[in-house]
Design a protein around this ligand. Structure first.
Ligand SMILES: Cc1cc2ncn([C@H]3O[C@H](COP(=O)(O)O)[C@@H](O)[C@H]3O)c2cc1C
Ligand SMILES: O=C(O)c1cccnc1
Length: 389
């Protein structure tokens, strides 16, 4: 078995006994039932993921920023030059980016992973070079990657997850850097959810109206060029409850049910990821799968992570049980991806940066939610009278 196949085979869904025990425990704690709102669900989710109640405190956290370039940049979908990707990698390694400041704030380590930057980068202590290619091909003209490249990038992400957990991380946070990657994200979201390009495409780093119109057309062409436009003309297949209807569609939107693990190399999930994803999207999908296979929670950042999580979920639906949505970014496609995955974001601050910034901000909330399970007294132990019937 390949590393990817081993990883997919190792992923388990939330443990129902741990979930039930965590829910019951929440209700015994000295607070009114449900008083911690969404944080109670986070604690229950982590219990299910860890198959233990209470679950381990998800700290320390480790951020991995996956960096890569995009052939679709040539279509004028971002106001920023492509070399900003490599320049920002230098900034992360020097400690000067927003992600570094937020990581310091929450005590997370920062590792940068070059899976596809268009230039060779000088070695640095926190840089892993696992370059699959010097950027992707232009997804608006045909597949961005070959399936073999997508697998290599997935396996690069799995390797990073394993390494960070080996080094002591008990929570992983996704990060990305890749100029033009919100275009690939929008295309992935359309392909996996069946949404229309106009619904899923946003302004990214802040494009003007004219560029946004072009970007929507580029996403539309990408879906057509790769046979992913779908018989429904791109209408939503979302049942409105965050779950897609049954069945996998070869030339159309891909359900998160996806192909069985045995078909991974020929399955539509991998082909879709290779067709319109970026190398960092594939690596982030692998990072999510790696975390899930180790039962270590992974906090998702913004729209790039959300679109990568759709690919991870199409490859292994149970991987979603190990994910927490750190935040909801301003990109419209992000909300669509989260709804499709059935994930509720913890923070909403109109961030539109990426790098892992929104995921990092959520880490203290996730820790607080779990700490409650370890430290808060029960009505019995504290001698507090429960409310009457
Ligand atoms: C200085 C700078 C720092 C960033 N950090 C993250 N991104 C974010 O913006 C890029 C995606 O937006 P688009 O698709 O519009 O190019 C990604 O690199 C993402 O990580 C940045 C972008 C810039 C310019
Ligand atoms: O959603 C994000 O994380 C995002 C949005 C705009 C640009 N870069 C990233």
């Amino acid at each position: 078995m390949t590393i990817l196949e081993q990883t997919l085979a190792a992923i388990r869904p939330a443990d129902p006994e741990a979930v039930a025990e965590a829910r019951a425990h929440q209700d015994r704690l000295t607070k009114p039932r449900g008083a911690l709102g969404a944080l109670e669900e986070v604690a229950v989710r982590l219990a299910g993921a860890a198959a233990a109640s209470p679950p381990p405190i998800p700290a320390p956290a480790a951020l991995a920023i996956f960096a890569a370039d995009h052939g679709v940049h040539a279509q004028g979908v971002s106001p920023w030059p492509q070399e900003v990707t490599q320049q920002m990698v230098g900034n992360f390694l020097a400690g000067g980016a927003v992600a570094n400041a937020f990581a310091a704030q929450v005590g997370a380590t920062v590792t940068v992973v070059d899976v596809g930057v268009a230039a060779d980068l000088p070695p640095a202590p926190n840089l892993i070079v696992d370059k699959v290619a010097y950027g992707t091909a232009d997804l608006s003209e045909g597949p961005a990657m070959t399936p073999a490249q997508a697998v290599s990038a997935l396996e690069a992400g799995i390797a990073v997850a394993r390494r960070l957990v080996d080094q002591g991380a008990r929570c992983l946070v996704t990060g990305d850097m890749g100029i033009a990657n919100t275009t690939a994200s929008a295309a992935l979201i359309c392909a996996f959810t069946g949404r229309d390009a106009a619904e899923a495409t946003g302004r990214g780093t802040g494009v003007d109206d004219e560029t946004l119109t072009r970007k929507v057309e580029v996403v539309r062409r990408a879906l057509l060029a790769n046979g992913l436009a779908g018989p429904a003309g791109g209408r939503s297949r979302d049942a409105g409850d965050g779950r897609a209807p049954d069945g996998d569609v070869v030339a159309g939107p891909v359900s998160p049910g996806g192909p069985p693990a045995g078909d991974v190399l020929t399955g539509s999930a991998l082909r879709t990821l290779a067709a319109v994803g970026g190398l960092e999207h594939a690596a982030i999908a692998g990072f999510i799968l790696g975390a899930a296979s180790l039962r270590v929670p992974v906090i998702l950042d913004g729209v790039i992570a959300g679109s990568a999580a759709l690919a991870a979920a199409a490859l292994a639906p149970d991987a979603v049980d190990h994910c927490v949505a750190g935040h909801r970014s301003a990109e419209p496609g992000h909300a669509l991806a989260l709804a499709h995955l059935g994930l509720r974001p913890l923070v909403e601050l109109e961030l539109r940066l990426g790098e892992g910034t929104g995921g990092l901000l959520a880490h203290p909330l996730v820790c607080a939610a779990v700490r409650v399970m370890h430290e808060v007294a029960t009505f019995d132990s504290a001698g507090v009278t429960e409310k009457g019937a």
